[in-house]
Design a protein around this ligand. Structure first.
Ligand code: UD1
Ligand code: UDP
Length: 373
């Protein structure tokens, strides 16, 4: 009898990190893979589904412009109930720390269906930072039966919280599986700005920023520092594919639009985006996933946050916490643009997050678990 695995995700980063896993589940004998997307994100989710050629079996189509976290939570809870009843899966897989993650895990728990948590055990131990992700992943961890922890540190976090060692598996992060599937393929940019950008003669800084705790004053600081850098270094080009959140777009437009050599563009498909990162000189971001991808590409990252749940790359030297103060961010970026030694020290390829085999490990653990149930 086959094991029925229902994977649920809803936002861009979950889709990127779950796509190779869903592919691996689909290809595995003895597993029946069913996919439900909540579409907490719409366009940014569809970009990933298209790239990985995934067609969801269920699409809750939940995205509404500017909806609150409570609205997303109740939408997922209500929407997924009938899917769970219809599919009757042996296990529900969720990923990471979004509202889709937590609400889907809760809905599965209500129906006493075991939950597998992919990317388990990341922690800052500050419940409001990142917000609401830190609480989402703690709550999901408590609801889950199986914990797929990317690193040893993540496993230790879960053990400290009293999770059973028997059901924590160190697998690496599936984002590296996704990255390796697209990074080496030859690619020519189609996007207008990138097509004509002189990646050889200029130093390109890739920027992304979207975290809820950065909306408002922090973002003003971050974008002002980036504008200062662009003004000071004539060989720098800033490329910022702006997140579709209207609140982010408003601040980005207010501070960065019209600045010479700063290019505000639409969110990129994963393949062009990986190529943009790999051809960049430096990355400035508050994204979680990019802190995992950039070290593999050997690209220095300044993280515009006060803390990180991904200290492995900081310890390895590729990632630095730059905080959210304008002067500090400016100072750190300036150093990397002016001091070759400092730059070279950070621009080392390291792989603290995996070897591209995380999905295969997760599939095997699910099969073993099901066989011993
Ligand atoms: C969500 C997650 C966050 C994750 C991030 C990745 C929650 C509470 N937040 O944050 O953990 O890191 O996704 O990007 O789960 N929008 C569109 N089209 C899209 C996507 C978003 O128009 O394809 C706009 C909508 O107006 C939407 C808004 O962006 O209401 C915010 O989206 P939402 O999912 O609430 O929060 P994010 O900031 O994207
Ligand atoms: N990404 C992308 N296109 C973009 C910007 C980011 O494909 O224009 C990818 C990026 O490589 C990473 C993921 O999206 O894998 C990060 O998503 P996001 O910043 O939305 O969420 P977070 O990582 O903070 O959870």
């Amino acid at each position: 009898m086959s094991i029925k695995v229902l994977s649920v995700f809803g936002t861009r980063p979950e889709a990127i990190k779950m796509a190779p896993l869903v592919k691996a589940l689909q290809a595995e004998e003895g597993i029946e893979s069913v996919l439900c997307v909540t579409a907490q994100h719409r366009e940014m989710l569809d970009q990933v589904l298209e790239l990985f050629e995934l067609t969801p079996d269920y699409d809750l189509n939940l995205m509404k412009k500017n909806q609150t976290i409570s609205q997303i939570t109740s939408g997922v809870l209500e929407g997924i109930e009938s899917v769970l009843q219809e599919v009757q899966p042996d296990i529900v897989l969720v990923h990471g720390d979004t509202t889709t993650t937590f609400a889907a895990a809760l809905a599965a728990f209500y129906q006493k269906i075991p939950v597998g948590h992919v990317e388990a055990g990341l922690r800052t131990y500050d419940k409001y930072s990142p917000y609401p992700e830190e609480m989402n992943r703690i709550l999901t961890g408590n609801l889950a039966e199986l914990h797929f922890a990317p690193t040893e540190r993540n496993r230790n976090n879960l053990l400290r919280e009293g999770m059973s060692d028997a059901h924590i598996y160190i697998t690496g992060n599936t984002v590296i599986d996704a990255l390796l599937q697209v990074a080496d393929k030859p690619y020519e940019f189609e996007e207008e700005t990138l097509k004509t950008l002189d990646f050889e003669g200029r130093r390109v800084i890739t920027v992304t920023c979207h975290r809820r705790e950065n909306l408002g004053e922090n973002m003003v600081h971050i974008f002002s520092a980036i504008r200062d850098i662009a003004r000071e270094f004539p060989d720098v080009e800033v490329v910022y594919p702006v997140h579709l959140n209207p609140k982010v777009r408003e601040i980005a437009n207010e501070i960065l639009a019209g600045t010479e050599r700063v290019h505000l563009i639409e969110p990129l498909q994963y393949q062009p985006f990986v190529n943009l990162m790999s051809r960049s000189y430096l990355i400035i971001t508050d994204s979680g996933g990019m802190q995992e991808e950039a070290p593999s590409l050997g690209k220095p990252v300044l993280v515009v946050r006060k803390e990180t749940e991904r200290p492995e790359a900081v310890e390895a030297g590729t990632v630095r916490l730059a905080g959210v103060e304008r002067d500090t961010i400016y100072g750190m970026a300036k150093e990397l643009l002016s001091n070759e030694e400092a730059y070279k020290k950070m621009a080392q390829a390291v792989n603290p997050y995996g070897d591209g085999q995380a999905c295969a490990r997760i599939v095997n653990h699910i099969k073993e678990w099901a066989a011993n149930k």
